[in-house]
Every structure is written in C-alpha cells, then in structure tokens.
Design a protein around this ligand. Structure first.
Ligand code: BJW
Ligand code: ZN
Length: 238
C-alpha cells in the first residue's frame, strides 16, 4: 500500500473531528457520469442549457427530459465501496460531517447520517409558482410535470447563479472550520462556494487529504494527495 495512504490513515485515526467534501467522482464507480472531463455530461452537453435558470426558462421540456433520464439512471445505481467507507467512518468518529455536492442520494443509501447537501437533491421536486416541495422518486411521465396548483415543477437542485439551500453553506463552513481533518474526494473543485471550503480548511490549520485520480487546482495546497479512485482509496483509508 502506498506510503501516503498510511500517512493519511494515521491522520484520520488521530482526528477528533472529521469533515468530508465529496463530488461527482465518488459516484462515478456507481455508474453515474461526472460533469467535467472526457465522458462527463458537459463534454457533449452545454451546461448553460441544462444547469441554469435561464436554460430552464427557455426550454423546460428539454431540461426535464434530460433530468428524467438522469433520474432513471441514478435510480438503478447502488452506493459503491467509497460511499460505504464514509458511512463506516462516521460510525467511528464522534464528530463527523459529510458535505456533498452530489444530488444523487447515494450517501444516504450507504447509511451516512450527518449529510449537508450543497446542491440540493434530485429526488425533490419544487413548484415554480407556489414553492411547495415534495420527494418524488416515481417516473415522471408528463414532462414538464405540474404541481396540484397548476404551476410547473422543477428539479430540486441548485443551478448556476442560484443560491444554495438555506443554511447549507453555513453548516458546511462551520464543520470545516472545526475539523482536524478534511477529506476531499472526487471533486474538480471548480464550483464555488463549495470549492472555497478547501482553502478555508487549509487556513484553519486542518489536515487536508485529497482523493482523486487527477490533479486539481488545490492539489498543491493539500497536506496529502492520494491519486486513485474513491471506491479503492476510501476503503483503504478507513
Ligand atoms: C474521480 C473518479 C473516481 C473521476 N474517484 N474521483 C467566479 C468566481 C467564483 C464563483 C463564481 C464565479 N463566476 C460564477 C460563480 C458562481 C458559480 C461558480 O462557481 N462558477 C464557477 C464555474 C466559476 N457558482 C454558483 O452559481 C453557485 N451559486 C452561488 O454561487 O450562489 C451565489 C451567487 C448567486 C448569483 C451570482 C453569484 C453568486 C451554484 C453552483 C451550482 C452548481 N450546480 C451543479 C449542477 C447541480 C444539478 C445537477 O446535478 O444536475 O452542481 S454544476 C455541477 O458542478 C454540479 C456539481 O455538484 C458541481 C461540482 O462538480 P464536481 O462534483 O466537482 O464534478 P466534476 O465533474 O467537475 O469533477 C469530478 C472529479 O472527480 C474530477 O476531478 C475527476 O478527476 C474526479 N473523478 N472519477 C474519485 N472514480
Ligand atoms: Zn404549486
């Protein structure tokens, strides 16, 4: 086993407070594509059309068709060894917060409990007129779907230019500021404010452990960079 994993394991073992920041890469081995990079959604789709309120306003049916296909793919996916390792780690550390940018719900399915969802939840739908929200896992046949009030529903996710769910960023920042160790797994760390949690941890003096097969903009700032996939490295770490 590489030396870095041993060093990282010692840091995690010594930590009283652990925070974790995850991104799309942790679900890649469950069969859910990432956003950026080759094979990512946005290598063949314009994010402006699919992940902005302007794109949705212009063509809600197109956006919903994409999201419904994405929802069906996620519905088939199972948590992988990386998700399971994080749930196991939570059981061993008294003070643990899992901050995720993912909307797929796989951390919940793996058994993680204290989860802060920065970018919403793909299983939630919200009315664009009355604001009511509900969990909806069933296949949506009529697209775009409608609320009981007649208003159009939208996916309960956060698009570019939109505010994060109330309190989510505050809870995430508080967890990171207090953490002895921050594990950053499977994110390109290009989307803010989530990516800002990494320099926040560095400046607060936390040990930052990055798990990613590729380098990121923050690789040179982290304490330990573990180059590998999360379904392999996270179980080794935990
Ligand atoms: C593996 C692996 C394996 C592969 N194992 N790893 C300039 C400066 C600062 C901010 C801004 C700016 N200009 C604009 C902004 C704001 C904007 C922003 O950050 N833009 C940047 C692009 C610059 N942010 C926002 O708008 C946010 N809101 C906000 O700031 O509100 C305040 C405000 C309002 C109005 C104006 C200004 C400010 C909201 C951001 C919402 C992001 N939403 C999305 C879509 C969600 C819906 C959905 O899922 O469909 O969230 S975008 C997309 O990116 C998704 C992800 O959560 C997010 C992050 O992506 P992630 O997870 O990092 O995935 P990838 O694909 O990028 O990377 C995968 C990584 O995994 C790679 O590194 C691989 O190597 C790795 N990997 N296999 C481990 N097996
Ligand atoms: Zn409504």
């Amino acid at each position: 086993m590489p030396l870095n994993v041993n060093a990282a394991r010692a840091k995690v073992r010594a930590a009283k407070r652990v925070a974790v920041l995850t991104g799309a890469g942790v679900s890649a081995e469950s069969g859910i594509p990432t956003f950026r990079g080759s094979g990512g959604f946005w290598s063949h789709q314009r994010f402006e059309d699919l992940a902005t309120p302007e794109g949705f306003a212009k063509d809600p049916k197109f956006v919903w068709e994409w999201y419904e296909a994405h929802r069906r793919n996620i519905a088939k996916a199972k948590p992988n060894a990386g998700h399971l390792a994080l749930a196991e780690l939570e059981g061993r550390v008294r003070w643990f917060t899992l901050i995720t940018q993912n909307v797929d719900g796989l951390h919940d399915l793996a058994g993680s409990r204290n989860v802060v969802k920065l970018h919403g939840d793909i299983w939630v739908v919200r009315c664009t007129v009355c604001g009511r929200e509900r969990t909806e896992r069933a296949e949506l046949t009529e697209l775009p779907p409608r609320c009981a009030c007649g208003g159009m529903l939208r996916p309960g996710v956060v698009w570019f230019g939109e505010m994060l769910p109330e309190g989510a960023m505050e809870a995430a920042a508080e967890a990171v500021r207090a953490a002895d160790v921050l594990i950053v797994a499977g994110t390109s760390a290009q989307v803010y404010p989530a990516a800002g949690l990494i320099p926040l941890a560095v400046s607060a003096g936390a040990v930052v452990i990055e798990i990613n097969p590729e380098e990121t903009d923050f690789s040179s700032e982290v304490t330990l960079a573990l180059r590998g996939t999360s379904a392999v490295v996270l179980p080794e770490l935990v």
